[in-house]
Design a protein around this ligand. Structure first.
Ligand code: ATP
Ligand code: MG
Length: 304
């Protein structure tokens, strides 16, 4: 029988020091008793033992107001404060637990994807046919780019991840698997931190992998050196990315809408469906520029 999953947050909470609400609850028991004791001490010493001249009605009123109502109001107030604090602590605890489960889930998905990629690599190393080799290599880089987004999400605490850092990891994986040993291809990623939720981040990683893979595969097929520049930016809502290479450029008459390749079809579908944005490819002076423009999903944390 397999062991139950370890949820990191749970053990941390078990070891957590006594919570603030417990302290306030304890105070709500002690403080009223102290007030009652002080009032009774005062009343007994001042009015009964020292026999200060006081009207019995005033003595009774003082005893009731300070000795009974005072402690009761104090008890009720402290109890209310303690309950409010406990509710907040509970909500935070639940959020922590959910977060830990999500992280664990992303971690496992990443591990499983890594295993699939390793199995395909094994298959690739045993298969000498170049077309099979190429097709397996493409699948492996696609899987690895999805794994990279899950890897980053597995260490983020709010279910969002920085796609600029994700881009660095994705392009490095793509570069390593696609650049030939006789080539020197420099890939540079620049831009501010841009946080996206898991669905958008995963789609983004796959799209970027396709664009960089194309630049290496088609732009630099006949070349020994080259540069790929990836630039990201956003204005608080719209995110845009430019992937520019100084390679061979798009073939004459290229049209993204009628292009038959699988890679750009995947990229276009993901940009339009998951990112709800647009993808465009243009020929630049030296090579090819791909543009991706989309809106950052609404249900994101305030990590910005
Ligand atoms: N950066 C680029 N430089 C030069 N040509 C490109 C570039 N990006 C795309 N292309 C052209 O667009 C075509 C379609 O690309 P796409 O990624 O859809 O398919 P593919 O790369 O040929 O095959 P697949 O990605 O399915 O392995 C390519 O065959 C190539 O001619
Ligand atoms: Mg391609």
């Amino acid at each position: 029988m397999s062991a139950p999953p370890v949820v990191a947050g749970a053990s941390a909470r078990e070891r957590a020091p006594r919570q603030l609400s417990s302290h306030v609850f304890a105070l709500s028991q002690i403080v009223p008793i102290i007030i009652l004791a002080v009032v009774m001490f005062y009343e007994v010493t001042a009015h009964l033992l020292l026999e200060t001249k006081t009207h019995p009605l005033l003595f009774a009123t003082e005893t009731i107001v300070f000795g009974i109502i005072g402690p009761a109001v104090t008890w009720a107030t402290l109890n209310w404060v303690a309950r409010e604090i406990r509710q907040r602590e509970r909500a935070e605890g639940e959020a922590d637990a959910l977060n830990a489960i999500m992280q664990e889930m992303h971690h496992r998905i990443k591990n499983n994807l890594q295993t699939v990629a390793d199995l395909l690599s094994l298959e690739m190393s045993r298969n000498p046919r170049p077309e099979v080799h190429e097709s397996l290599r493409d699948s492996i880089t696609r899987i690895k780019s999805i794994a990279a987004s899950h890897e980053m999400l597995s260490v983020e605490s709010v279910g969002v991840t920085d796609i600029t850092e994700l881009s660095r990891r994705v392009v490095e994986t793509t570069r390593r698997s696609m650049v030939r040993s006789d080539q020197r291809i420099a890939v540079r990623v620049q831009g501010p931190d841009v946080y996206l939720g898991s669905k958008q981040a995963t789609a983004f990683a796959i799209v970027l992998n396709e664009l960089v893979a194309n630049a290496i595969e088609h732009g630099f097929r006949e070349r020994a050196t080259g540069n790929i520049e990836i630039e990201l930016d956003w204005d608080g809502s719209d995110v845009w990315m430019r992937v520019q290479d100084d390679g061979a450029g798009l073939p004459p008459g290229f049209d993204l809408k009628t292009s038959r390749g699988l890679g750009l079809q995947i990229a276009r579908t993901l940009v339009e469906k998951d990112l709800r944005g647009r993808l465009a490819l243009t020929r630049n002076n030296e090579g090819t520029t791909a543009w991706v423009l989309f809106q950052r999903g609404a249900a994101l944390s305030n990590k910005e």
